[in-house]
Ligand binder design. Sequence first.
Ligand code: FAD
Ligand code: MLT
Ligand code: ZN
Length: 430
Amino acid sequence: VSEACLEHQLATAVGAEHVLLDPDRVASYATDWTRRWTGRPLAVVRPGSTAEVAAVVEICGALDVPIVPQGGNTGLVGGGVPRSDGGQLVLSTSRLTRLDPVDVAAAQVTVGAGVTLGELQRHARAAGFSYSIDLAARDTATVGGTVATNAGGLHVIAAGDTRAQVLGIEAVLADGSVISRLAGLVKDNTGYDLAGLLTGSEGTLGVITAVRLRLAPPAAQSPYVVLVGLPGIEAALPLLRQSGLTAAEFMTDAGMRLVVEATGLPRPLPHDHAVYLLLECTGEPMLPEDVEAAVDQRLWAYREGHTEAIATRGVPHKLDVSVPLARIPALLADLPGVVGEYETYVFGHLGDGNVHVNVLGPAPDDDRMDDAVLRLVAAHGGSISAEHGIGVAKTRWLELSRSPTEIAAMRRIKAALDPRGLLNPGVLLP
Ligand code: FAD
Ligand code: MLT
Ligand code: ZN
């Protein structure tokens, strides 16, 4: 590739000020949130419209330059940062900030891929609605990123994952063509569900430029948020049978201590407990009389503080997995046997059977412990990725969760939509 030629064409397409080449300016686009995955972009380009995205994709196609789409760069599996060979262009969606008025009659909205989750939530609230997907990275994670990863978050138990909110997508395909289905038709049986296919495709099938999303009516009153101290995870499972449950998150003593140390928050309950369960309910949850519990919206801070608190301890290996709910106690009992002496924090979305295993100690490129944990999860009938995606972190183990026939079908889809492998090569498919 002639870098001067690429730079000139990109500058013509999006404006020279939106083509970043200076190592200082591209640094924040080159390393992921965890700091485990780092690369070297050929350049970073920030198109300001769908037409500009299409132009960038066409230029890259003509010059054979692979593209890594990037939103807020809060992804946790290394899929949004370039690889280390210096040959990939980062396409940042940060300027795709279209924010259409809420369609009140339909309870829907169309937003640009670069709008943050927090901006979308505020926009929906201002119109008397809410957007059901929520996660601690809300002020940085983008709508496009959450759709590309099919993000889960804190309310999947009640509202489903991102895919359940997506009614339509506009995207630029690998040949520069644009598909656009933003009408928000609730019923539309006219063939393959391309929006569903692009949701969770992790930047490998197209660059998502805008999304039509389902909104929910706001809760009639503030929900109850209860933190319960328990002797073990077994005691948590029966407490999930609550009516009006909108979140059920678990933490352990080690994680709670770390969050208290990192944030300076007081310990949340008078005594220490092996396990903490945070329940959010539309009504008052039913709890056994002998448990220690506190009720306060602000208790979310202990749960949401986990990711940042863990990052203060080093570069974690983050293994986001799910197993059938009834297998969670067995999985947690087996984990110490495979992680050994490494500093480990487990927490997660208990109601979804989703455990976040965070291990500190192994070098970033030493994946022996990852291998052991993911094989353990597979042996328990689980998934190697519950909500964060495959990225570059887990391609090696995709076969533990997908059959050879499924992987072959996925490869054929990739080959049909991106025959030259220009979009996020190395991500998702091994
Ligand atoms: P990026 O990190 O920029 O990209 C993620 C992937 O999507 C990459 O493969 C990238 O190529 C692709 N991509 C991004 N934008 C586009 C686009 N417009 N078109 C095509 N491909 C694109 N995740 C959860 O699921 N649940 C949680 O509860 C949760 N909590 C988190 C809490 C913290 C503190 C942090 C740091 C992360 C958390 N995450 C969680 C992970 C992360 O926030 C999500 O994966 C989020 O969806 C990523 O959005 P992003 O805009 O940062 O995407
Ligand atoms: C969470 O649930 O907080 C996120 O998925 C982030 C993480 O796993 O650290
Ligand atoms: Zn999570």
